[in-house]
Design a protein around this ligand. Structure first.
Ligand SMILES: Cc1cc2nc3c(=O)[nH]c(=O)nc-3n(C[C@H](O)[C@H](O)[C@H](O)COP(=O)(O)OP(=O)(O)OC[C@H]3O[C@@H](n4cnc5c(N)ncnc54)[C@H](O)[C@@H]3O)c2cc1C
Length: 304
């Protein structure tokens, strides 16, 4: 059985880093982790804890200036900007999708003003952003048909003049190429599963590449403890409801004075349509049928 003491400078040995993994309390000096054994069939959580004989494993670690979680538009923009500001910074981006773009919603209307600031010459850099919005159309739908709503009473927010219809997955792949060209390291297929807390309670890094957990979160027979990626700064670009972001929000009470988050339910599909019905550059917004007055939809006519 692994000893409950760890590094000599550590007072008290190990502490819980997740329900069934304990990490050395002094991770700056020691990266040993204790992992619960796989559960035997029929064994309860209590039985497992009573007969606990945790396996000791070493979690490797790498140090960076900035660790970014998530290769979405936010994470990749941040990585590019950091390298533009200081080419010597060591920046890593972790992406849980098998490749950059794999988890990005595919169709989008893109306002290029952010890109104009980030990569001024994006138009001559092969960016997959080449279908300008030509028409915005609004319809109220009912069981019997549609009524077109004129564009003039619509708020400016609903005007897509100057915007582009893109595949965001492709845009992110292209942004990843730009980031790598600047020296950013991107690790796809690496989900960040835990925050690494520093001794002073700050976020010191993340654990990534932890594999082989059972569905209930306990380590399976092929459990790999992953590695720690430590950064002077850690940027969580996980998108909405990120698992690490939730931990950090809870620990520091970041939502204490905030309105509760609001969510809508939606579905997105990519359709291949009859070329006669395809109007490249058209954005159609709908309200009403079949879902009622508080729901709607849109169609984006992507590049052919
Ligand atoms: C249905 C829908 C339609 C939309 N349409 C538009 C539109 O037309 N135009 C527009 O401007 N915006 C649109 N948006 C909003 C837009 O998608 C978001 O604002 C934008 O994607 C946010 O970017 P992000 O980088 O913060 O997060 P995301 O795009 O969500 O990217 C997060 C990335 O982080 C990865 N990740 C998450 N957790 C981890 C982890 N623990 N470890 C490693 N990787 C992780 C994910 O796999 C993903 O690649 C739409 C949103 C929705 C839901």
């Amino acid at each position: 059985m692994a000893s409950s003491a760890c590094h000599p400078l550590t007072q008290g040995g190990f502490e819980k880093s997740s329900p069934s993994v304990m990490a050395c309390k002094n991770p700056r000096l020691c990266r040993r982790v204790l992992v619960d054994p796989p559960k035997v069939r029929g064994q309860t959580d209590d039985d497992q804890v009573k007969g606990r004989d945790m396996t000791e494993q070493l979690r490797e670690s790498m140090d960076y200036d900035v660790v970014i979680v998530g290769a979405g538009p936010a994470g990749l923009s941040a990585a590019i900007r950091l390298k533009q500001l200081n080419a010597d910074l060591e920046v890593v981006v972790l992406e849980k999708g098998s490749e950059v773009g794999a988890h990005i919603l595919s169709g989008a209307v893109l306002d290029p003003s952010g890109l104009d600031t980030l990569l001024l010459d994006w138009r001559s850099m092969g960016a997959p952003i080449n279908v300008p919005v030509k028409h915005d159309k609004f319809y109220f739908l009912g069981p019997a048909g549609k009524v077109r709503i004129p564009n003039w009473p619509m708020p400016p927010l609903m005007s897509n003049h100057g915007n582009y219809i893109v595949s965001m997955g492709n845009v992110c792949r292209w942004m990843a190429e730009q980031a790598e060209g600047l020296g950013v390291e991107i690790f796809p297929g690496m989900a960040a599963s835990e925050v690494v807390w520093g001794e002073d309670g700050r976020v010191a890094g993340v654990v990534a590449g932890e594999f082989g957990k059972n569905a209930d979160g306990t380590p399976g027979p092929n459990y790999e403890p992953g590695m720690e990626l430590r950064g002077k700064y850690v940027l969580l670009g996980e998108g909405a409801r990120g698992s690490l972001s939730k931990q950090v929000i809870a620990k520091f009470g970041l939502d204490d004075d905030a309105e509760p988050a609001k969510f809508g339910l939606g579905m997105k599909e990519i359709w291949e349509v009859d070329p006669d019905k395809h109007r490249e550059g058209t954005v159609t917004h709908t309200m009403g049928w079949p879902l009622g007055r508080n729901a709607g939809g849109w169609q984006l006519h992507l590049p052919s």
